[in-house]
Write a protein of this length. Structure first.
Length: 178
């Protein structure tokens, strides 16, 4: 038998809605226009709503006012997501001109422009003695659907905005896209 306090806390927690200052955790998958899952996160991503965490498309607007357990589907155009494909970011060279460590599809190549800006390119094709590298995001130019499940909504704890969301992501190497 639950105490009255536990019952009140349960009701209060279930009434928490996503708004500025709330801690939100969610899981999501990104599906392309053919229905293929191109990215999936089953481990909840947590962030403080209204902090500097950036979500794809208009997901911030779509999840506002939702509660734990709610599901949301967001349709994302290329402009809202990963941009249009830029053909000037695709290069082909002879295989013999490419160092051995970059002679594999999926290899990451760091390139620098004349302004000193660095960008990651990935080997996308090796055929007929040539290597193609592409600096576009793998999801650039694609219509996407993001399916979100709100896992938790609660009051943010002091300092949580600084250690959640994009601040908590410690990535080494490239992210994987199926």
């Amino acid at each position: 038998m639950r105490s009255r306090r536990q019952a009140v806390q349960t009701v209060r927690m279930s009434e928490d809605i996503i708004k500025r200052g709330k801690y939100v955790s969610l899981t999501y998958s990104i599906v392309d226009e053919l229905g293929a899952v191109v990215e999936q996160h089953d481990i909840p991503l947590g962030f403080v709503y209204g902090s500097d965490t950036e979500l794809i498309g208009d997901m911030e607007k779509a999840v506002a006012g939702k509660r734990a357990g709610d599901q949301v589907e967001v349709h994302v155009s290329p402009e809202q997501g990963f941009g249009d494909r830029d053909p000037s970011l695709t290069f082909t060279d002879k295989l013999e001109n490419v160092p051995p460590q970059f002679r594999e599809v999926g290899a990451e190549v760091q390139m620098q422009n004349d302004k000193g800006e660095t960008r990651s390119f990935f080997v996308t094709r090796i055929a007929d003695g040539e290597v193609t590298v592409d600096g576009n995001h793998p999801l650039a130019g694609k219509q996407l659907t993001v399916r979100v499940t709100i896992e938790e909504v609660r009051d943010a704890r002091p300092g949580e905005a600084e250690i959640s969301g994009i601040h908590a992501v410690q990535m080494t190497g490239p992210t994987s896209i199926n």
